[in-house]
Design a protein around this ligand. Structure first.
Ligand code: BTN
Length: 243
């Protein structure tokens, strides 16, 4: 594993993407920054994080073994690694809000941004960006956000958390490499926020509908039971889960 630590950068994902375009990188090359000037979130959003308080890093992984129909397993592997790490640090009630948010006590403490490197229609590598709110205590404009310090009252060492997350990623990537999809899916399903509970979902246009998450399909789609008891699958661009 190679670790590149930076004081400040636009985005660790962007930096690692550029690096991977110009050189062949080793698996688990990590770029970590104290501060990002243009941190990026899912769906083109911004990821703001106070300097030195939180964990912001990106991991390079060769995934040329992966079929494009199974790319959601990258999110499962990453979510599992983060949840297992946080549970190891005794963080309470850690759940995954499908598709990519990690919650503790129903508040978002971590986001994941996965960007795949695709060449000639084939996935070659992936860049997995992780933003974990650790020792920050103010989230002025973000009522759903929290941090490990706010939730547990403890200050955490950022490097210890990062080392543990990467170790757990290596563990779960072992299962993905061996195509142990059912194992990963079952483990991920157990972590799902609002599984088997009546919930509200939203389409990209903002309209909402009620349903119950029953599980994850073999291709990683979310399975939702609709009001008429019909089961329907959705992929991550089709709907989002409201709190
Ligand atoms: C989200 O929840 O919207 C995903 C947030 C991902 C943030 C991390 S911080 C490290 C890496 N670099 C980025 O620019 N984004 C990810």
């Amino acid at each position: 594993m190679r670790l590149i630590k930076l004081n400040a950068i636009d985005s660790t994902n962007s930096y690692l993407k550029q690096l991977s375009a110009g050189a062949s990188l080793k698996d688990y090359t990590v770029v970590q920054a104290d501060y990002q000037t243009q941190g990026r979130g899912q769906m083109g959003t911004q990821w703001d994080s106070q300097a030195t308080k939180n964990l912001m890093f990106s991991v390079f992984k060769d995934v040329s073994f992966l079929d494009y129909t199974t790319t959601f397993y990258l999110s499962m592997v990453t979510s599992l690694a983060i949840v297992k790490t946080l549970e190891g640090f005794m963080v309470p009630k850690v759940k995954v809000k499908w598709p990519n948010d990690i919650l503790s006590e129903n508040k978002k403490i971590c986001g994941i941004l996965i960007e795949n490197v695709v060449k000639q229609g084939q996935i070659k590598a992936t860049i997995i960006g992780i933003g974990l709110n650790v020792n920050q205590t103010e989230f002025a404009m973000l009522p759903q956000a929290s941090s490990l310090l706010l939730i547990t009252g403890k200050v955490y060492d950022l490097d210890e958390l990062r080392v543990s997350i990467v170790k757990h990623m290596q563990y779960y990537f072992g299962y993905l490499k061996k195509a142990e999809y059912a194992f990963l899916r079952k483990a991920y399903e157990k972590l799902l926020f609002r599984k088997d509970k009546p919930s509200t979902f939203a389409y990209p246009n903002g309209s909402t509908f009620p349903g119950v998450i029953t599980g994850i399909a073999a291709n990683g789609n979310l399975i939702v039971q609709l009001e008429d008891r019909v089961l329907k699958e959705f992929d991550l661009k089709e709907i989002s889960l409201r709190y």
